[in-house]
Design a protein around this ligand. Structure first.
Ligand code: F6R
Ligand code: MN
Length: 200
């Protein structure tokens, strides 16, 4: 039997009211300025950025050893709002280890989990409290908050070494966007999809 570093069992407590986990060891903050080229309406994006580099989402992570046998867990809090008529969203990514999967468990709010593959498949799943979505390997994934006032709070769990690959999404975008049409969230084709950006 392979002998590797053995870690102690541990417990994570989620405080849903406070939207926090008790023993996170990493905290990631994503602001409007981290989302360059990702929203459709670039003029509105620039105008909003001039006013305020708004906080869009936060991630609290409980990391352990980056070993294929271990898991990483955490909480994502995505705030409500729009850029033009496009709802606030996470960047979205493939995993660096491409075939690794992930579980998303929605705890609070209303959202969409948009997923797509490099060969053109896409899927949108509703997120609301109690819904657990299995994101198989090879599917990019992005959360979108479709509520006007409530935060979208999601617990996730994936292989500890799965990593993030943002490159493709930063260059091409997602094939689909979630926008507000007369107070109804709808999914539309992304007219900017695959119009490669030079992001360097
Ligand atoms: C981990 C994962 C989540 C996201 C988080 C932020 O694999 O899917 O922890 O990293 O919800 O989204 P991104 O990373 O797309 O900014
Ligand atoms: Mn992921």
């Amino acid at each position: 039997m392979r002998v590797k570093n053995v870690i102690e069992p541990f417990v994570i407590k989620i405080n849903i009211e406070e939207e926090i986990i008790n023993n996170y060891n990493e905290h990631i903050i994503n602001r409007l300025s981290n989302m360059k080229n990702l929203y459709l309406n670039e003029n509105v994006y620039e105008e909003m950025l001039k006013e305020e580099d708004k906080l869009l989402y936060e991630v609290y992570l409980k990391t352990v050893l980056e070993d294929p046998g271990e898991l990483i867990q955490g909480l994502t809090i995505l705030y409500p709002g729009k850029v033009g008529n496009e709802f606030f969203m996470t960047k979205g990514h493939f995993h660096r280890i491409f075939y690794t999967s992930e579980i998303y468990f929605c705890l609070k709010g209303r959202g969409i989990l948009l997923m797509e593959t490099t060969n053109g498949n896409w899927k949108a799943e509703e997120m609301k409290p109690g819904i657990i979505i299995y994101v198989p390997g090879q599917w990019a994934h992005r959360c979108i908050n479709i509520d006007k006032t409530d935060n979208l709070v999601t617990f996730f769990c994936t292989r500890a070494d799965s990593g993030h690959d943002y490159k493709l999404i930063e260059q091409k975008g997602f094939r689909k966007l979630t926008v507000d049409k007369d107070n109804v969230p709808i999914i539309i084709d992304n007219p900017k999809w695959n119009k490669c950006k030079n992001i360097l």
